[in-house]
Design a binder for this molecule. Sequence first.
Ligand SMILES: *[C@@H]1O[C@H](CO)[C@@H](O)[C@H](O)[C@H]1NC(C)=O
Ligand SMILES: *[C@@H]1O[C@H](CO)[C@@H](O)[C@H](O)[C@H]1NC(C)=O
Ligand SMILES: *[C@@H]1O[C@H](CO)[C@@H](O)[C@H](O)[C@H]1NC(C)=O
Ligand SMILES: *[C@@H]1O[C@H](CO)[C@@H](O)[C@H](O)[C@H]1NC(C)=O
Length: 395
Amino acid sequence: MSSLSCIEMIKRGYKFIFIGLAVVCIFVFVPRYMRGEAVPRRLDMLPRMDVRAVLSDSAEKLLLYWKPFNGNGFLIPEQNCLKRCPVKCNITDDKSMFYDADLINYHLTDLWPDNWHIDTTKTIEFPAYRRKEQIWVLTNQEPPSNLFGNLRVFNKLFNWTMWYRTDSVVPFQYGWSVALTEDESSSSTKDLEQRNFYREKSRNITGRISNCGDASRRYRLVHKMQQHLDIDMYGGCYSKKCYHENCNQPLEEYRFYLAFENSLCTDYVTEKYWDAISRDQIPIVNWDYQHVKNVVIPNSFISVHDFGDIKSFVDYLEQVMTNETLYNSYFDWRRHFRVERRCSSCLLCQHLYADTSRRVVADLEGWVRADICPKVQELNKLVLDIDRRLFEWGI
Ligand SMILES: *[C@@H]1O[C@H](CO)[C@@H](O)[C@H](O)[C@H]1NC(C)=O
Ligand SMILES: *[C@@H]1O[C@H](CO)[C@@H](O)[C@H](O)[C@H]1NC(C)=O
Ligand SMILES: *[C@@H]1O[C@H](CO)[C@@H](O)[C@H](O)[C@H]1NC(C)=O
Ligand SMILES: *[C@@H]1O[C@H](CO)[C@@H](O)[C@H](O)[C@H]1NC(C)=O
């Protein structure tokens, strides 16, 4: 190759780079400017003297919930459960306390003003200052399939995650099982011998679903089951609506509850499962135990995943429905475990006292995408909408 054509190619190369940059500017920055989107303000450390750091050693620690946080009724139950916490913290939603707070808790779905735009980067305003020792927590209970917004804008903003995922900094599940001590176990075993869970109830299977176009397509599964079994379905997607009526009364009467999750993601098990457990029902579930084994109680549920096809699944359900011994065996776990609900503020408070290591959540989007279920995207949302429509047309 002659040196002349080489120079010619470099010149052309520059031209392409220039045009390329111009195109990038037009397509990336101009629309962003026109939509007026803002990335969160990066916060510099406070220039003021850090008085609280000196005073706060013996004082209670203060947790600030950055509003809106799950609506207005949120603080009162948290304040109540904090009274039983072994370590001392106060909580507030008064934003003017942002300087004094030892921890600020943000709720992920509250951070997006346009929280139905899949890739939005527009966020709420964050505090203008941040003390070096102040912990920022990102709380979330939604699975990736419901997580709108581009999480990259939060890189290196938060110190801790508090999610249902067991690999969060502060894992917070919808429910917890606790292993019994030997004494507790023998007294629990005695109690169990007095009970016949099968006889305590009189009806078979129920479920309640109000999100009709879900990512796990449970509407298809329910429909297939209903071709073989009588199932009383409640909720917005079915004819028996019972939002404001006394729903719990009939629910308690059923031996089985369809605790189908709307998304099948790592560790994602919601109150559907835990509520069924506390109503003394067998939860029928759509997740694979392997994906949630750190969360749920072994042998407490029946999973469609453990059967090759619908027929063998419903045959087995029929068997459990008619065999008292078999049914009651699904409560044997109570010899070894009990269930409890925890106080999220107390958990945060305990971490605040115990965990003084420095941490930064560097790649939130990457962490969310490292899951067995996809994060919401235009395309998969469209595919789900189409599938739901086809289902309604009987296809
Ligand atoms: C924390 O709670 C205690 C008791 O309710 C109260 O006396 C104290 O003023 C509170 N501290 C803050 C900073 O809110
Ligand atoms: C429950 O299912 C069993 C077995 O299919 C059936 O014999 C029984 O009548 C059902 N009970 C109710 C209340 O539907
Ligand atoms: C009921 O289930 C138990 C435990 O699985 C089993 O041993 C028994 O044979 C079953 N009884 C009938 C009538 O199928
Ligand atoms: C919390 O995160 C901020 C922002 O990345 C960081 O500067 C600070 O050192 C972290 N603090 C702790 C205690 O981890």
